[in-house]
Ligand binder design. Structure first.
Ligand code: SF4
Length: 193
């Protein structure tokens, strides 16, 4: 057996340790930090409570309690959707964004320049393929970067979602989406769980 499973296990353990420390520093639980991180990356189809539930594989009740706490702490607000009835979008406040400024994801990114020989695109593609495979095995929904979705359309007038037919602002094309679909047959989108 290769050392990959053990390396991933060690990395996962370190990430969780960092997450626990980040959360404790702010008087929060790890899931609170994870939800803030998720919402900072989610596109407009995915910054809603049901998507949080799907992404983390947790119940709507747990999501509801988590969002209520983050809202009480002034870390996020709920904005009604202008077109879709009761739907609300979850937006980070300045205080919510500030918590993420020194989070483990930033520290991980900061560590990469010291490994200049690492091809980040190749690394992302390999990890994505592994993640996609494991998600399929576990019947989990895949979330991925919009630009790397099979429905993504780049047109003369700008970007558009082939699934909804709606135009996509530039900042939305680099966010993660609950409707993301891997390009067939060998998708290489970066996914995040
Ligand atoms: S192109 Fe894909 S990832 Fe982007 S908004 Fe549409 S369904 Fe979501």
């Amino acid at each position: 057996m290769s050392s990959t499973p053990f390396l991933l296990e060690r990395l996962g353990a370190l990430v969780h340790q960092s997450l626990r420390e980040d959360a404790a520093r702010h008087g929060l639980l790890p899931i609170h930090i994870q939800v803030l991180e998720y919402l900072s990356q989610a596109n407009r189809y995915s910054d809603i409570p049901i998507a949080v539930s799907e992404y983390f594989g947790i119940t709507r009740g747990t999501v509801s309690q988590t969002l209520a706490l983050l809202e009480r702490n002034g870390l996020l607000i709920k904005e009604p959707d202008a077109r879709h009835g009761k739907r609300v979008h979850l937006r980070l406040t300045a205080a919510g964004r500030a918590i993420l400024r020194d989070s483990w994801t930033r520290r991980l990114e900061a560590a990469f320049p010291s490994f200049e020989s690492v091809d980040r695109n190749a690394l992302d593609a390999a990890l994505c393929k592994l993640l996609t495979t494991l998600q399929r095995q576990n019947n989990q929904r895949a979330f991925g970067i919009c630009r790397q979705c099979t429905h993504f359309l780049s047109e003369a007038r700008g970007s558009r979602c082939g699934l909804t037919g709606e135009p996509l602002a530039k900042d939305q094309t680099v966010r993660i989406c609950r409707e993301w679909t891997a390009p067939a047959p060998t998708g290489s989108a970066l996914q995040v769980t």
